[in-house]
Design a protein around this ligand. Sequence first.
Ligand SMILES: [Mg+2]
Length: 121
Amino acid sequence: VHLKNIDLNELEKAINQFVIDRNWEQFHSIKNLSIALSVEASELLEIFQWMSEAESNHIKADEAKMIKVRAEVADVMIYLIRICSLLDLDLEKIVQDKMAHNSEKYPVSKVYGSSKKYNEY
Ligand SMILES: [Mg+2]
C-alpha cells in the first residue's frame, strides 16, 4: 500500500528539526506530547462525528473531508514519531512485537468473525 516506502528515520529527523528550529523542545514533555497525540486522534474522530456508518464508509468520495482526514492522520503520526524519538522507541520493533502478542491473544481459530474481547471467549 502507500506505507511500503515509509522512512521513519527521515520523518523523525524532519520532525525533530522542525521542533528545534522553533525552540519548541521546552514544550515537548512526554505528558504534553501524549495529550497532543490524543487531541489529534480526536480531531480525526471529529470528522466522523454525527455521520452515519454508511456515510463514514464512503468518506473517500468526499474530497473536502479527505483533506481533513489526511491532515489529522499526519498530525497523529507526527506526534507518535516525536514520542518514539524522545523515549528511544524502535517503532517498527514495538509494532511487530505487539502484533505478535495480539496474534497469541486473538488466535484465528477462536476469534474469526467475532468482535468479542479476549476475556469473553
Ligand atoms: Mg490536527
